[in-house]
Design a protein around this ligand. Structure first.
Ligand code: DQQ
Length: 477
């Protein structure tokens, strides 16, 4: 059933069936990339969550492996929630949130060398309760790393996602010598839930899910997903400086202009030193539609993260993905033929588009994908410069004739240092999964065209200086 659904991607990672949400335990080891993920193998609904597992040599072709963690009697009886992989002196180790009732607590499991078999630590949970002096809104998800202290001693550190009631989201900092006994040090950073209206794409929420702290090109980034009372809002990140027991923030940024369609991301440093990030592209169709289809949730493409000149993050699909470019559908300056579905040479539900173009003030470029010839269904990206500022948006009001699907507009401003520099646009289409990148700022989304002929691509509004390349993408399974 799942395999026959036209909305199921051809080269984004998906679970064999059932429900998938967050990426977990990301690591590259002996050449193999491992992707664990929040998984309900029994049904496409979020209930007793397991850890699914897959591995890949190239970040493109994935091999499904046996379920790594399943709920069992004890602190994870109701689910093995999100967490990370760490190498504990050669011993593969997972730190995850065990859920029992409504409570999540830190648990540990150790694995075989190939990361296929896992044994839960009998001492679980390794942190017995949230800190007694914090009135938490919620408490789960882990980012764990090792560092050397002033005395030259190696120690583990971890942050747990949480929120302080009446104040805002936070990441609570801990320290350990053995990953089993943890000292609470205090909040690494506390957000202000009054920083913006609740409906703002920069609202920091009442709790931070899936906290992730890393340094890239000299910038420290603290990534989190803003959550409130069961609602998954959007991923954000602070740039700033992690030093001592605190994170001094410089600026708050949106991680993805698609908001909830790129949720609960996690990153890893791979063996070549790249920072690679995955996120969960959740559904924009009703639960009943996912149940009927037999599957739910798409993993984003692996994204390589670097720093932009202004210190914010630059994201781009890992170049490994380019091996899927099979047939060149267009290469050159956009022509009049591209204005209409009937004459456009670019067509398909697995595509990769790259447009490099200047965008002058007042200029408006439109790229429609998944469009029918009669225009009954079309999904429209708009890139325009207004009063010097560059805006990128995705109109989904015409994406689907199915009135039950999410068709809210997405988008935002693209930081741009020079109004005359060429803008780099990349759009990857994979059935219902769309990922776009403008100068390294991403916009992830899901769309659900109902018509089999919703395959057209049109490009309008470009100047003679624009260069467009388009490829058909092969499937990865
Ligand atoms: N999903 C997990 C939690 C996390 C949330 C549960 C984010 O650990 O906070 O499946 O999507």
């Amino acid at each position: 059933r799942a395999a026959r659904d036209p909305h199921r991607p051809g080269f984004h990672f998906v679970s064999p069936a059932g429900w998938m949400n967050d990426p977990n335990g990301l690591v590259q080891r002996d050449g193999w990339y491992h992707l664990f993920y929040q998984y309900n193998p029994l049904a496409p609904v979020h209930s007793r969550i397991h850890w699914g597992h897959a591995r890949s040599r190239d970040l493109v072709h994935w091999e499904h492996l046996p379920i790594a963690l399943a709920p069992s009697d004890g602190p994870d009886v109701d689910g093995c929630w999100s967490g990370v992989f760490v190498d504990d002196g050669g011993v593969p180790t997972l730190v995850y949130s065990g859920r029992a009732g409504e409570v999540e607590l830190a648990c540990v499991a150790t694995g075989s060398d190939d990361l296929v078999e896992w044994r839960k630590d009998p001492a679980n949970p390794v942190i017995a309760a949230p800190p007694s002096d914090v009135d938490v809104t919620a408490y789960r998800d882990h980012c764990v790393w090792s560092e050397t202290d002033a005395a030259g001693r190696r120690r583990w550190r971890q942050i747990v996602g949480s929120g302080i009631r009446g104040v805002g989201g936070t990441a609570l900092l801990y320290e350990s010598d053995d990953l089993r006994s943890w000292r609470y040090l205090g909040p690494l950073l506390v957000g202000d839930a009054a920083n913006a209206p609740r409906t703002s794409p920069e609202w920091t929420g009442t709790m931070w899910e899936c906290v992730d702290l890393f340094r890239v090109d000299g910038t420290d980034a603290l990534v989190f997903s803003a959550w409130d009372e069961g609602v998954t809002h959007h991923p954000l990140y602070w740039t700033g400086r992690y030093a001592g027991d605190a994170f001094a923030p410089d600026a708050l940024h949106r991680l993805d202009l698609g908001g909830r369609f790129f949720y609960a991301p996690q990153s890893m440093r791979d063996e070549s030193g790249r920072r690679v990030l995955f996120g969960w592209m959740q559904e924009g169709r009703p639960d009943a539609a996912a149940v009927a289809a037999g599957w739910s949730g798409v993993m984003s493409l692996p994204r390589v993260v670097t720093a932009r000149a202004d210190g914010s993050l630059h994201q781009a699909p890992a170049p490994e993905i380019d091996v899927l470019r099979t047939e060149v559908l267009f290469d050159g300056a956009p022509t009049a033929a591209l204005a209409q579905v009937a004459t456009s040479p670019i067509r398909g539900d697995q595509l990769d588009l790259e447009l490099v173009t200047p965008v002058a003030d007042g200029e408006r470029i439109e790229i429609a994908v998944r469009a029918t010839e009669d225009g009954a269904e079309r999904t429209v990206y708009v890139l325009e410069r207004v009063d010097g500022a560059l805006h990128f948006s995705l109109g989904r009001s015409g994406s689907s004739l199915d009135p039950e699907t999410d068709t809210r507009p997405l988008g935002g401003e693209i930081p741009s240092d020079s109004p005359t520099a060429a803008v780099h646009v990349r759009i990857v289409v994979d059935h219902s999964a769309l990922e776009a990148f403008v100068d390294g700022v991403p916009l992830a989304a899901r769309v659900y065209p109902t018509r089999a002929d919703a395959l057209g691509v049109t490009v309008t509004g470009t100047s003679a200086a624009a260069r467009l390349r388009a490829w058909r993408m092969a499937g990865a399974r």
